[in-house]
Design a protein around this ligand. Sequence first.
Ligand code: DHB
Length: 305
Amino acid sequence: MSQLSLAVDVGGLRLRNPTMNAAGVLGMTAPLLRRVYEGGVGAVVTKSIGPEPRWGHPNPTVVAVEGGMLNAMGLPNPGAEYFAEEIMRLKESRVPVVASFFGASVEEFVEVARTLAGAGADALELNCSCPNVEEELGLLGTDPANVERITSAVKGAVDPPVFVKLTPNVADIVEVARAAERGGADAVTAVNTLKALAVNIDMRRPVLANTTGGLSGPALKPVALRCVWEISESVDLPIIGCGGISDWRDAVEFLLCGASAVEIGTAVMTRGFDVFHDVAEGIRGYLEDNGFKEVGEIVGLAHEA
Ligand code: DHB
């Protein structure tokens, strides 16, 4: 193995390499997240945590589709008080933790952020972009004014860096990224899942109990790349690329389009925990083969053609 360092800085969070797991996949308990860290991520991202315990939606909540999967879990989680203990256990093992969180109001976002930051989270990822809970939480992440207000309130309340995870379910993602920037975000994560639907022709009904769900996996990748590209052209914030990354080549595509780091979700289901190590080492090989000395040298390079 070479001496080339894969370390990156994303909005003030130092990572040993530019990979993270995407929120929601595997992120419920400290032992599981510790296993993700051993799999090779730069930092672990937790499942999205809210103010109170939630059961989420009834089954079926997940369905495989061409090129990926749909899910509508409904943000099941044990609540911030309980999850604070899991974060403390992770910090005892020195695992860098990005705590994903949500709320139904500015006050709830702030309260949950305070609890998770107080437990020792190294960064917070503000999830205002779940496609499956519109009735309760409103379309928070599709309204730039809301995104700015929530981001600014959270930034005023906690010390760790705040990443805002953006939804692709908007006409102009740049407008929402700019709102996050005005609110003081330290980075944006692009993107969350794309609202979608699957039908069972024998039941003559949508497959998911929630009717619609969020599309993830390879089918989402070109959409996510386009979002990263557009944000990178217009907004001066670090970008964490997310959406359909299955191998190191996908990750390099995101870096070239302007992402400083990447999150991997659905591919963990198909490729297991080793996907993180494989992607990080694949990036290392690409840098070496092409004469680069660090990850930052290729961030956004595709814009310079
Ligand atoms: C859920 C939340 C998300 O942010 C997402 O992208 C997909 C699903 C959920 O818990 O339903």
